[in-house]
Design a protein around this ligand. Structure first.
Ligand SMILES: Cc1ncc(COP(=O)(O)O)c(C=O)c1O
Length: 432
């Protein structure tokens, strides 16, 4: 069956609301390579949206899932619990940033982790309001779209949103927004809109993912910590996209030295198997009553087995170092390209969480979503899978598996350079 035939069937059977960035239908994948149903090979710089820090079907992860499959696939932790859930929770409690004792609950998706973090924060503080950041992305459930700071396509038409959710600007040097600007907005919010004594939590991504890979200056997180402590507000750090070695640290918040009250994790935690978690200060995590938290599939035995294997792979293959190496390679090559292609307005990255922002005439206020779309499509024709992001859909994010070989990294990057040249030549050749 061809990509075109599958795409035809997909359009008949599946609603348009689940958008596909490429009409490339996967057949099989290994580490950083993927083959489509027509046998065409791709280098994967998307990692299924930051899920495959340990690559497609890592042999250790595969073996752990296979061993668990021989025992049982599901009992529901709330009915007959099992050791792997406890062991993975113990490991995450140990590695979570900060000295305060931690506890962990497992869920299935990132959105669910966010939902649960908000529930726990509300229960613990007995307050209801939540503050998040413009451009932030926290998932697609009703509470999560309320927290998400991007209207199209996530919020529009799905209202009403959760009440008492407030957004403040996220810093970005490229767009002239400073940490002071964010704090002025918070101060104004507390004057004009909401009593800080009603605020249960502030939720922040250490690097905005879907929003465009804007990196929180460590000062933002430190000042948020102080502000939260002043007002008895909980600081929830969303590490769903940034976690598990992606940024060169296990968790990106470590760059700031801040200890979150609650941390949400998902995506790369289990090497491609659905798993999410909230890790937090034990006293806060213990607030909701028995039965108030959980889920039928939450912390599935297959996912917990995979999660334990992922932690081993990160340690044994020194993926923190690999992330720094991949990040240095990418940012230096992209900065070289920036000199030749003024459409690349900014190159930014933290470890292997790297992006370029594409703009017209080097103007930060003129996002170039068309160019971004063309690059993603043209790259796929050359055999490179790229992902875009950004509130204005003008950012390309590079999320190669951290287990990618240097040879494949270079080959993938070469394909990107060729794509950029080709698309630029086409634009120049197009009639005005
Ligand atoms: C920072 C962040 N939070 C939450 C989510 C939602 O996760 P999920 O799609 O697993 O529900 C995402 C997904 O992209 C994310 O990047």
């Amino acid at each position: 069956m061809s990509n075109a035939e599958l795409h035809q069937r997909r359009q008949q059977a599946i609603p348009r609301g689940v958008a596909n960035s490429l009409a490339v239908y996967a057949d099989r994948a290994v580490n950083a390579e993927l083959w489509d149903v027509e046998g065409k090979r791709y280098i994967d710089f998307a990692s299924g949206i930051a899920v495959l820090n340990t690559g497609h079907v890592h042999p250790r992860v595969k073996a752990a899932i296979a061993a668990q499959l021989e025992k049982f696939t599901h009992t529901c932790f709330q009915v007959t619990p099992y050791e792997s859930y406890i062991e993975l929770a113990e490991r995450l409690n140990e590695i979570a940033p900060g000295p305060t004792p931690k506890k962990t609950i497992f869920l299935t998706t990132g959105a669910e982790a966010i939902e649960n973090a908000v529930k726990i924060a509300r229960f613990h503080t007995r307050r209801s309001a939540v503050i998040t950041f413009s451009g932030g992305f926290h998932g697609r459930t009703l509470a999560c779209i309320s927290l998400t700071g991007k209207v199209q396509p996530y919020k529009a038409g799905f209202g009403p949103m959760l009440p008492e959710v407030y957004h403040v600007p996220f810093p970005s040097a490229f767009h002239g927004v400073s940490v002071d600007d964010s704090f002025e907005a918070l101060a104004h919010l507390f004057k004009a809109d909401v009593d800080p004594a009603r605020v249960a939590a502030i939720i922040v991504e250490p690097v905005q993912g879907e929003g465009g890979f804007y990196i929180a200056p460590p000062e933002l997180l430190r000042r948020l910590r102080t502000l939260c402590d002043q007002h008895g507000i909980l600081l929830i750090v969303d590490e769903i996209q940034t976690g598990f070695a992606r940024t060169g640290r296990m968790f990106a918040v470590e760059y700031s030295g801040v200890e979150p009250d609650l941390m949400t994790i998902a995506k790369s935690v289990a090497g491609g198997v659905p798993l999410a978690a909230v890790v937090g200060k034990a006293e806060i995590m213990d607030a909701p009553l028995p039965g108030g938290l959980g889920g039928t599939f939450a912390g599935s035995p297959l996912a917990c087995a995979a999660g334990l294997a992922v932690l081993e792979v990160i340690r044994e293959e020194q993926l923190l170092n690999r992330a720094a190496h991949i990040g240095n390679f990418m940012t230096s090559r992209l900065k070289g390209l920036q000199v030749r292609f003024p459409s690349i307005g900014e190159v930014r990255g933290l470890g292997a969480m790297v992006a370029i922002e594409l703009v017209k005439n080097g103007n930060a206020a003129a996002p170039d979503a068309d160019l971004t779309r063309s690059l993603v499509q043209a790259a796929s024709r050359k055999g490179l899978i790229l992902l875009s992001c950004g509130v204005y859909a003008n950012v390309i994010r590079f999320l190669a598996p951290l287990t990618i070989s240097d040879a494949l990294l270079k080959e993938g990057f070469h394909l990107f350079e060729q794509t950029l040249q080709e698309v630029a030549d086409n634009v120049l050749a197009a009639p005005a």
